[in-house]
Ligand binder design. Structure first.
Ligand code: ZN
Length: 201
């Protein structure tokens, strides 16, 4: 068994950081060494920022976004169009769409996708709340911005059925050739999806 080289406090820090996605024990050790070197500029403010986040960040009871207030700042934003709800799997997907800044609409975070293999059923996702929101008179369109995976598409079908009586237009993101993509490099699934969802010019 590998011997611990550092004291228990540092080992604990390394073990915790190693559990962060994208890091492993090796990156965590490098990160901790860097933090120790930059104690004033990085370690102290990071510790304070994490303490504040642990205390104040909550899940929005309306849309499922993360923020320091509930409802979140997106749900409170009066410049957004409340007639469109964009359904996403995760807060990370919401952030990605916000970075693209293409639509100023409302969001709904499901908290995952239906996955019978992993034992994730409808009751594990924020589907009841979505039905409730989509049935409100001001809502005209629900955009299903799910990942182009089997689970994402299964979930999109489930939601389409669930909302069939809600009286809203249901749309989904286009699947196809990525911006800047070359046909020769695309897989067959992407190419056939692009061909099937071709549009008029
Ligand atoms: Zn919200």
């Amino acid at each position: 068994m590998a011997q611990n080289l550092a004291g228990p406090e540092i080992e604990r820090l390394i073990q915790l950081l190693a559990r962060v996605p994208g890091l492993g024990p090796r990156s965590a050790r490098r990160a901790v060494l860097h933090l120790m070197k930059k104690r004033e500029e990085l370690l102290t403010p990071l510790g304070e920022a994490m303490r504040v986040a642990a205390e104040r960040i909550v899940t929005c009871s309306e849309c499922g976004n993360l923020d320091s207030m509930d409802p979140c700042s997106i749900c409170r934003d009066p410049r957004r169009d409340p007639s469109i709800i964009v359904v996403v799997e995760s807060v990370g997907d919401l952030w990605a769409l916000e970075r693209a800044a293409v639509l100023r609409a409302a969001y709904h975070v499901l908290g995952g996708t239906l996955s019978p293999m992993d034992g994730i059923g409808p009751e594990d996702l924020a589907l009841g709340k979505l039905l409730d929101r989509a049935s409100r008179p001001e809502v005209r369109e629900v955009i299903l911005a799910m990942n182009a995976t089997v689970e994402g598409q299964t979930t999109a079908h489930y939601i389409t059925d669930m909302l069939s009586e809600a009286g809203v237009r249901i749309t989904r993101l286009a699947h196809g050739v990525p911006v800047g993509g070359e046909l020769d490099y695309l897989d067959e699934g992407t190419l056939s999806a692009a061909m099937l969802s071709r549009t008029n010019l």
